[in-house]
Design a protein around this ligand. Structure first.
Ligand code: SF4
Length: 178
């Protein structure tokens, strides 16, 4: 069966509900807010098993930018990817790499030809994700904001290292992202 953009976003809503221990999918507004606002995402996770708090958080996601367009394929795809990344990060307990590793990763990204300025039609989305929309801040291979991606232990670079066979540009064993 062909997976459509709609299937993808619906699946992410279900998966996020599963992570939070809920018995029905979260709303797009909750998913959007969790992607945009790591404090909200953190609060959701720490309130698992506390129905009163969880109910309040689910019913009151922080308001998103109303000019955002959730209807385009690219935006839905990006949200799906962001939610997938968030889910993987949640499974690690929001663990982050050491400062040394973080800087090494960012230095590799800074000299990588895949690092791009966010595309014009997605700048609103990327601005909300914390990217400087006038600078090369986004990895064109995965669509992630590298300053966020590089911090997470659960994320990896999927580009082959130019000089080391079997390794990626972050100097880690090369593997495909889920
Ligand atoms: S994550 Fe990898 S492919 Fe993406 S910009 Fe950084 S080094 Fe390049």
């Amino acid at each position: 069966m062909e997976i459509t953009a709609t299937d993808s976003i619906e699946q992410q809503l279900v998966e996020m509900a599963a992570i939070l221990g809920l018995d029905k999918p979260v709303s797009k507004e909750v998913l959007q807010a969790a992607v945009d606002d790591s404090t909200y995402a953190h609060n959701l996770l720490v309130c698992r098993g506390q129905p009163e708090f969880m109910e309040h958080l689910i019913a009151n996601p922080p308001r998103m930018d109303e000019s955002a367009d959730l209807g385009t394929f690219s935006t839905v795809t990006l949200l799906g990817r962001a939610a997938g990344s968030l889910a993987r990060w949640a499974k690690t307990g929001f663990s982050t790499v050491s400062e040394e590793t973080y800087h090494k990763r960012l230095m590799a990204c800074n000299v990588c030809p895949n690092l791009k300025i966010p595309p014009k039609n997605q700048q609103s989305l990327y601005a909300r994700a914390g990217a400087d929309i006038k600078e090369r801040t986004v990895c064109s291979m995965c669509g992630c904001v590298v300053k966020v991606k590089a911090l997470r232990t659960s994320d990896t670079c999927s580009a082959p290292h130019p000089n080391r066979a079997g390794f990626n540009r972050w100097d880690a064993p090369l593997q495909l992202e889920e």
